[in-house]
Design a protein around this ligand. Structure first.
Ligand code: KIV
Length: 305
């Protein structure tokens, strides 16, 4: 168990963990699975991520958009949960991330933060709620922090959005950057191909990453770029660099949860590792349920009053 000096307060969290509040941090004591001892779980903050980079510990990050999956991710001890605007694709069935609204992101983020005791929850600011207008960026991020209890926000872009990034940071809201393939600009790119393959774009990406770091961002996501560039950026930057299709030389990895679980079928980029094939498993079991209902096998005598 870690140090528990200067305890200011203890209480029970929403998941029955004992919460210890000390001068320096908030910790959770969690009943260990194997015996009845308690082990301390430290809440993940932007500071903790920085420490992880410094000691070379990789950061795990996944998306979640709802309470149930967020509960599972937090119980599994994921470091960061991203309430991504990929909710537009995964939850709402849109072909791009552009249509999702700030109201919808607030709804998804609030559902996730209600579930989480430990992970850092980062919410995407959606397309049209921060670009070209730093005042709007500030008000969007404040809504995500106040109404949805987000711990940090993420914005796509470098130099083009730096005024918005600075203004949000000035209000004390932690900002995660996002460079490389930035899906909110998909109509500018015209394709989902790997970005920054040529030197000009690679240099611009590195400059943008340094700019975001200097502005005060606590981390940066790099999407779909060559692995050599991912490693170069992670080495140059002091803040954590989290990759999705950016190779193994970065400081952590992020995937869309529904892709990892095999709930989605059509999306098959090279960087994706599917750990399950839930689409087929769920479908097979739904078919069993339908058959049981039709044959009046369900409910059985034991399953009724
Ligand atoms: O919206 C999202 O899920 C993302 C990840 C792909 C990084 O931004």
């Amino acid at each position: 168990m870690g140090e528990l000096l200067n305890i200011n307060d203890t209480h029970y969290s929403k998941h029955n963990r004992i919460v210890i509040v000390t001068n320096s941090r908030i910790s959770y004591l969690c009943p260990s699975m194997s015996n009845n001892q308690y082990k301390e779980i430290k809440r993940i903050t932007t500071h903790v991520l920085q420490e992880m980079k410094q000691r070379g510990e990789k950061i795990s990050m996944l998306t979640a958009y709802d309470y149930t999956f967020a509960t599972i991710l937090d119980a599994a001890l994921i470091d960061v949960i991203l309430v991504g605007d990929s909710a537009s694709n995964v939850m709402a069935g849109n072909t791009t991330t552009l249509p999702i609204t700030l109201e919808q992101m607030i709804y998804h983020t609030a559902s996730v933060t209600r579930a989480v005791d430990r992970a850092l929850v980062v919410a995407d600011i959606p397309f049209g709620s921060y670009q070209g207008n730093s005042k709007e960026a500030l008000s969007s991020s404040i809504r995500l922090m106040k109404e949805a209890a987000a711990h940090a926000v993420k914005m796509e872009g470098g130099l083009e959005i730096i005024d918005s990034v600075k203004r949000v940071l000035s209000a004390g809201v932690p900002v995660m950057g996002h460079l490389g393939l930035t899906p909110q600009s998909i109509y500018k790119f015209g394709t989902f191909e790997v970005r920054a393959k040529d030197e000009v774009e690679a240099n611009k990406l590195l400059e943008d990453a340094l700019l975001l770091q200097d502005a005060g961002c606590f981390a940066i996501v790099l999407e779909k770029i060559p692995a050599t560039l991912g490693e170069r950026v992670a080495k140059e930057l002091k803040i954590p660099v989290i990759g999705i299709g950016a190779g193994s030389g970065v400081d952590g990895q992020v995937l869309v949860l529904h892709d990892l679980l095999g709930l989605t079928k059509e999306f098959n980029p090279r960087f994706l590792r599917r750990y399950m094939n839930l689409f087929d498993d769920v479908k097979t079991n739904i078919e069993h349920y339908i058959e049981d209902v039709k044959l009046v096998d369900f409910p059985s005598k034991k399953e009724q009053y």
